[in-house]
Every structure is written in C-alpha cells, then in structure tokens.
Design a protein around this ligand. Structure first.
Ligand SMILES: [Zn+2]
Length: 436
C-alpha cells in the first residue's frame, strides 16, 4: 500500500491574519507534509479538490489554533513564582540571585529544566524565548532538554559582569567566550528549531565593553539579543547613576550596537515618545509581560503608545515574576492593565501567536497557518472551560473571548511543533506530578 505523504487535521480552525482579523473555518482541514510544513489550510470541502493522499486525523470536537508564543521567561525562576513582597531590585537580591546561583549544580538544572519544558508544553506554548543563568553548563543542558522535548526555542546564557553578587559576577572576556561557544553549537540547530540569544540581563549588570562586544558578536553570527529595559522607575534612576553620560535608557543600546530586528527587550514601561519612535525605527522588539508588571507593582506598560509608534509587540509570561506559564492569562492581563482602552480578543489572540512570531523575527516561519510555515499548532477542548459550552454554538468572537478571559492550560489537549505531537513524557516525568 502506498504510504500517505500528508497528515491532515480536521477540526474547527481559527487562524490569526492581523491584529484586527482572524479567519474561522468551521469544518477546516490543516494539511502538513512529512517535513512538518503547512501545505494547506482551508475548508474540508475545498481540500477534496487537491487530490492528495491524506491520513486524516478527526479532531472535529476540538478547536485548532496556532501554537502560543512566549517572548520572555526565565527557566531558573520556575520555583520563584509567587514570592511576594518586594519590587524588582530587592526581589532580584532576595529571591532570584540565590535561585540562579544554585544552577551551578547540574542536578538542580535537570530537575527544574524538565519541569519547566513540560509546563510549557502543557500550556500550549510552542515557541519560547528563554533566559537561563550565567552558567554555560546550565544553558547547554537547557538546549539539550529543548532538543529532546521538541519545542521551538530561543535560549541564552545570562551575561553579567558588574553590580551582582560575587557568585554570579562574570569576567567580561569569559562571559563573551562562553556565550560565543554556545551560539556556535546551538544557533539554528535542529533544522532551525533552536536558536541562540546573547542575553545581557539588563544594563545595570553589564559593562559598556560587554554590551559593545555583544553587539559585534550578534551581528556577525545573526543571533538574537534579549534583555530588559525600563521595568521600574527605580531601575531607570539606577541606570542614570551608572551611565550618566547617556541622555536616555534606549540610547545605551543604540550606542553599543545592541538594537535591531533580532533584539527583544522585556517590559519597556518607562520610555519616552522619542525612545519608542527610535525603537520602531531600528525594528527593536518589545516583550510585554503584563502579569509580571502587576505582580512586582512595576507600573503600567503604555501599550497603545508603543503600538502607535509602530514597535512590534509580543507577550511574555516573565516567569518567575509572572506567576503562570499560560499565555491566555497574559492575553487577558494585557487588556486588564489598560484602564482606558480595550485590548480586544482578536488583538490578544494575535499578540500570543502571529504578533509574537513577528516579535521574534519568525513571522515568515510560524504564527499562523500560511502555506509553507512550520505546522506549530495546539488542539483545544473548550469544554474544559465549562462543560456547558458547545463549540459549534459559539461565534468566533465568543470563542476568542472565552480563551482570552477564561482560558487556562487545562484547555490544551495536544501541542504540535513542526507537525510533531510533543510528548509530555519525553522528559521522563509523571504528568500528574506536574501542574500548570
Ligand atoms: Zn525577565
């Protein structure tokens, strides 16, 4: 018997097209080739004309959407979630730096790392941009786990050569050399599924020399840069004290050559109009992390100002300041944190999918079901929100609204990356031992 060349998923499919439009195919078919790329997304009736040999998987009781994209989170901070009572700089000192220092122990890295990736899969995250710690071995292990579990990820070793506790401070040259080695080993590995990000934590912990060298290395190797910017007023004042020669925060990134389409900056709460404009002009991206901003009482991200300036925005859970790994939660909090205007469900859906892909410079590869993109998608059971709901009775707006305001990881039935179903047990942990 001839082997089927294509796998087709028959389901209701909601597909983001822009920040204000999504298509909804009631009886849809997503056809995926052997490599894991999308060949067709449309109605089941139209697919018949293609005359392809299909292995059809019937998912008609479920909903199929693109995989969720988390543009900013910290692997070593998994167990730091919910440690309250401090704002950013004291929270880092009291909880985060000790947790990150513990990552010199490979057993801790393995334990936290496995649970971390498993939770991403359970929450329907198919792509994540991840900070590890200053430890090369921990970062290398994070890449190995990501390779093993099949997720798409940008991962980086944190770089810090000043203003941090002794056990975490790096020698500038060693930090650069080790990062370069990791980038050479992992960037674009696994058919481009894994990528490297030079990861200077934030300006206060980085010398100008370190930032400049990162700018050089990243542009030579076409890798990413991820960092934080303007998360709290106290941090901005601190930066002003350390680097008084600069007129504003963003100009430090500009001067050190660390801006550009592959730079993703977390938070960006306290920036001027001019800084947002320059960010947009340089195509530097923002990872907006609303639950984290609420948890640390950092302040309100000027969402509409950034959007109007033309900056690409994605969402980040920012675990561990974010308390969950669920992008549906970030969608609703992106709205809740704007008291005067709505971030509506279509826009929320876009931010967690196609918008996130654009923020990670992967808009041509993932984020929706355009022909030729990787088949990264999740299968959702809307009844897990409430058994009262019948998917076929709900309009597009009602479905997206339910996901945005009431969605949790429990809704996610299956998670696929490059057409391959991710197995939560590939990391050798019992599913029931791992909550969301
Ligand atoms: Zn962060």
């Amino acid at each position: 018997m001839e082997r089927k060349q294509y796998t087709a998923y028959r389901s209701r499919i909601i597909n983001p097209l822009s920040s204000s439009r999504a298509s909804d195919i009631r009886d849809g078919l997503l056809i995926v080739d052997k490599v894991g790329c999308i060949v067709f997304c449309g109605s089941y009736a139209d697919a018949k004309n293609l005359k392809l040999k299909l292995k059809i998987i019937d998912l008609r009781q479920y909903l199929l959407i693109p995989g969720l994209i988390d543009c900013h989170l910290h692997l070593p901070q998994l167990d730091c979630r919910g440690k309250h009572g401090e704002t950013l700089l004291d929270w880092l000192k009291r909880y985060i730096f000790p947790a990150e220092a513990a990552f010199k122990d490979p057993k801790i890295v393995d334990d936290v790392g496995k649970r971390f990736f498993k939770k991403l899969i359970l929450n329907g995250t198919t792509t994540a941009s991840i900070y590890v710690t200053v430890h090369s071995s921990a970062t290398d292990h994070a890449f190995k786990l990501a390779k093993q579990c099949g997720i798409r990820a940008i991962i980086g070793k944190v770089m810090m050569d000043q203003n941090v506790p002794e056990e975490l401070v790096e020698n500038t040259k060693d930090s650069l050399r080790e990062s370069e080695k990791l980038a050479a080993k992992w960037h674009n590995s696994c058919s481009g599924r894994l990528r490297y990000a030079f990861t200077p934590r934030f300006v206060p912990t980085c010398s100008k020399l370190l930032l400049k060298e990162i700018g050089n290395l990243a542009s030579q190797s076409d890798t990413y840069i991820q960092s934080h910017i303007a998360e709290t007023r106290e941090e901005n004042a601190n930066v002003k004290k350390i680097y008084p020669e600069y007129t504003d925060y963003f100009s430090i990134f500009e001067d050190t050559g660390t801006v550009g389409p592959k730079t993703i900056l977390g938070h960006a709460i306290y920036l001027s109009d001019s800084e947002f404009k320059r960010m947009a002009a340089s195509k530097t991206k923002i990872a907006h992390c609303p639950t984290s901003n609420l948890f640390l009482k950092s302040g309100k991200f000027p969402f509409f100002k950034a959007e109007k300036a033309g900056v690409f925005l994605g969402l980040g859970t920012d675990v561990g300041a974010g308390t969950s790994m669920c992008l549906f939660s970030e969608m609703r909090h992106a709205d809740y944190t704007q008291p005067d205007q709505w971030v509506d469900p279509v826009k929320g859906f876009y931010l967690a999918t196609l918008g996130g892909a654009a923020a990670l410079s992967m808009g041509n590869e993932i984020g929706n079901f355009k022909h030729g993109k990787w088949a990264d998608f999740i299968v959702l059971d809307i009844r897990k929100i409430d058994y009262h709901y019948k998917l076929s009775d709900l309009t597009t707006d009602e479905v997206l609204s339910l996901l945005m305001y009431r969605g949790t990881g429990a809704v996610v039935k299956f998670t696929y990356v490059s057409g391959k179903k991710l197995d939560v047990d590939s990391l050798k942990l019992f599913r029931r031992a791992v909550g969301y």
